[in-house]
Design a protein around this ligand. Structure first.
Ligand SMILES: Cc1ncc(C[n+]2csc(CCOP(=O)(O)OP(=O)(O)O)c2C)c(N)n1
Ligand SMILES: [Mg+2]
Length: 704
């Protein structure tokens, strides 16, 4: 099927108009941008053609939004940025789209042609630098050849293994004209169904897996992109073959299905790797077999026989690591053919029954190993596994969950069960800062579905400016921030490798207050009891919201809990602010004394009495973890103080302080988050209408 472009192309179009027409023909409905003076004619050309323009707060955020849009819809979004500065910020998203095989069209306004090569203002070799991160890159210096180059770029974004393309356009080229009539009747990528592969090849693969004792299907993003989940479920059931999802492709198969055995890669329970390694036959479907999914290329094991069905499969061969069958096909095209081939076929009942029993045992083990909230535990702070359980209970099956990078994500990877395809978005590059912008994009794709971003304190802070973007477009995004006040994953690596804990300690950020400052709702969750009500309210309000979880820092990862003595002392330069009161700031109040200098040991000793007052509110064990207020309102870690005053002395001091009137500096604030959090959200601007029927179409795609 073909589509007519709303405004028929005419001879003599400018390159800006040609690009905009081309974007429409390529199925692009949305362009994310941080505007720059280098591409204003292109911005002019987009809204008249029905392309919605979304302004982000940072090019990295804009790029992640475009990547997430591409993942969810299978169609590219555009991201348009300016010269070397915008392109540099965008680089992380281009890399992420490359690793995730996500179609994306990046357009960068370049300096004028007469300035090229002179190290002009914000000039860089975009094709030779950032362009190398993309699947393909081109600079449009010659308007005469621009139409062909644009067509080529758009084609490459979706052809074969999809990916990001970069088009650099010198500023003066946008207004050049071209008589080219291309893009009048291009075919939109999602309206094209790949032809089914030859049935004989499909049968070869089915015979290979049907005759195996311990076969497994490893399913990746290609199944999601081709909307192949339904046929994958049929194939798995008919052949009684279990399914493992590729890393961050956990929604490829319903996780509550008896044949689902988990998601490979970081956060997976031991059963997943073991099951993959002991498989005698693996059908790899729509996966490029990344380092993470294959546990460092350990899977498929050298002795395993495996078939690779992918748009760009590995070549077949008889050497270790090579597939015995290689089939270049879209995952769904293969699956449709496979399901048809299987209908009416006779299966070996004994083998089927044996597999069924083994699969039931494997599933039992998987279920047992993915319980993340069972152990008895009483705080302080929030237990990450219980957060996952609370999310599971609160979120509807169609909720889109996006994730950032970090150790907190291991809990979600291990414990959360996705029930529908198109409900999980994560950066295959492991890029921090992805979660919130991806959630913004998901809410734009499907405004009626709840969207929850799970983030660490480190990653969230990288792109939290996009909260204002969510507010501006009135998007129902809830960000859940696991705050352990550190770059936890890197600390994990440091401790495992016998390194010092250098550079991994972070200070306090009041993320709920940040949310409110951006016009979103903010909730602070200090313990498990507060989590469920906060989550329920945030989801009910449907507005942009942040739930700031004070995570118990003893949880280093889903697999490791630190003993008190293992926990590294917080770095001396991390200065703890006074606890946030969540009340409106009093502009007339004296600013607090500067706390940027490292506290002097002698001063600390003198101040410990005041500090100990806060400790009275905690028991001593908690006090070892939490900060203690010093008289000047700054915070110092009890572990540091312990070098000067032993814990018993702190207890004594606590008793002394108990008897005394608490000083102003150490009075604990009245908790007012709950009342503040109910404030209505006031967007800065009304939501923009979605171009045409884009939203409902996209939603249908995303939920297909
Ligand atoms: C953009 C980027 N910079 C650095 C890293 C390396 N890195 C991986 S995880 C991580 C720490 C993440 O911290 P946080 O978001 O707080 O999550 P946590 O591990 O503490 O749960 C870092 C720095 C990365 N993956 N991406
Ligand atoms: Mg952290």
């Amino acid at each position: 099927m073909t589509t007519e472009h709303p405004t028929a192309p005419v001879p003599g179009r400018t390159i800006a108009q040609l690009l905009a027409d081309g974007l429409v023909s390529a199925g692009v409905e949305i362009a994310f941008t941080v505007p720059g003076e280098s591409f204003l004619p292109l911005l002019d050309a987009l809204p008249p053609r029905g392309i919605r323009v979304i302004a982000a707060r940072h090019e990295g955020g804009a790029g992640f939004m475009a990547e997430a849009w591409g993942q969810l819809t299978g169609r590219p979004a555009a991201v348009i940025v300016t010269r070397a500065v915008g392109a540099s910020n965008l680089a992380i998203a281009i890399h992420t789209a490359r690793q995730g095989s996500t179609p994306l069209i990046a357009i960068v306004g370049q300096v004028r042609r007469d300035l090229l090569g002179r190290e002009a203002f914000q000039e860089a070799d975009l094709v030779g630098s950032i362009g190398k991160l993309a699947k393909w890159a081109v600079e449009l210096r010659d308007p005469a050849v621009a139409p062909g180059a644009i067509e080529e770029a758009f084609h490459r974004a979706v052809d074969g293994r999809p990916g990001p393309v970069l088009i650099s356009v010198p500023e003066d080229v946008f207004t050049e004209t071209t008589p080219d009539r291309r893009f009048a009747n291009a075919t939109r990528p999602t309206e094209r169904r790949d032809p089914e592969p030859a049935l004989a090849r499909v049968m070869d693969i089915l015979r290979l897996v049907a005759a195996a004792d311990r076969p497994v299907i490893l399913a990746g993003g290609g199944v999601l992109r081709s909307r192949g989940t339904r046929d994958l479920v049929r194939l798995a059931e008919v052949l009684e073959i279990p399914v493992v999802a590729g890393w961050r492709r956990g929604d490829v198969f319903p996780n509550d299905h008896r044949l689902y055995l988990g998601m490979a890669g970081y956060g997976s329970p031991p059963a997943v790797r073991e099951r993959l390694e002991e498989a005698d036959v693996i059908l790899v479907l729509g996966s490029r077999l990344s380092e993470v999914t294959t546990f460092g290329y350990a899977v498929p094991a050298p002795e395993a026989r495996w078939a690779h069905v992918d748009r760009e499969p590995r070549a077949a061969g008889s050497d270790d690591g090579e597939p015995v069958i290689s089939l270049a096909a879209d995952a769904d095209a293969f699956l449709r053919a496979a399901v048809r081939c299987l209908a009416g076929n006779v299966h070996d009942k004994d083998r089927y029954d044996a597999r069924r029993d083994a699969n039931a045992r494997d599933r039992e083990r998987f279920v047992a190993e993915t319980v993340v909230d069972a152990e008895p535990w009483a705080g302080p702070g929030v237990h990450p596994g219980r957060v996952v359980a609370a999310l599971q209970a609160a979120l509807s099956p169609t909720t889109v969950l996006t994730t950032d990078a970090g150790n907190f994500a291991g809990w979600v990877a291990r414990g959360f069960r996705f029930r529908r395809p198109g409900t999980f978005l994560g950066p295959l590059s492991g890029a921090m800062g992805y979660g919130l912008p991806a959630a913004v994009a998901a809410a734009l794709v499907a405004p009626d579905r709840p969207v929850v971003a799970v983030c660490g304190d480190g990653g969230f802070a990288m792109t939290m400016g996009e909260l204002e973007t969510a507010v501006r477009y009135q998007l129902p995004v809830v960000a859940v921030v696991f705050d352990d006040r550190r770059y936890g994953m890197i600390l994990d690596h440091q401790l495992r490798g016998g390194h010092e804990s250098v550079g991994t300690t972070l200070g306090h950020v009041d993320f709920a207050a940040v949310a409110r400052a951006c016009g979103a709702a903010g909730y602070t969750v200090d313990d498990d009891a507060e989590l469920v009500p906060a989550l329920a309210e945030a989801l009910r309000e449907r507005g942009p919201a942040v739930i700031h979880l004070k995570v118990d820092p003893r949880w280093l990862s889903v697999d490791r809990r630190l003993d008190a003595e293992e926990e590294p002392a917080r770095e001396a330069e991390v200065v703890e602010p006074a606890p946030s009161t969540t009340e409106e700031p009093d502009d007339t109040a004296e600013p607090p004394p500067s706390t940027t200098e490292e506290p002097d040991a002698a001063v600390l000793e003198a101040e410990i009495v005041a500090g100990a007052v806060l400790a009275t509110e905690l028991d001593v064990e908690e006090a070892q973890i939490f900060a203690v207020a010093a008289e000047d309102g700054s915070f110092v870690e009890i572990t540091e103080i312990a070098e000067i005053v032993r814990m018993e002395e702190v207890v004594e001091l606590t008793e002394v302080a108990d008897a005394a009137e608490p000083s102003e500096a150490t009075e604990s604030p009245e908790p007012t988050e709950a009342s503040e959090a109910t404030d209505p959200i006031e967007p800065a601007e009304p939501a923009e209408p979605v171009a045409g029927e884009a939203a409902s179409e996209a939603e249908a795609d995303a939920t297909a």
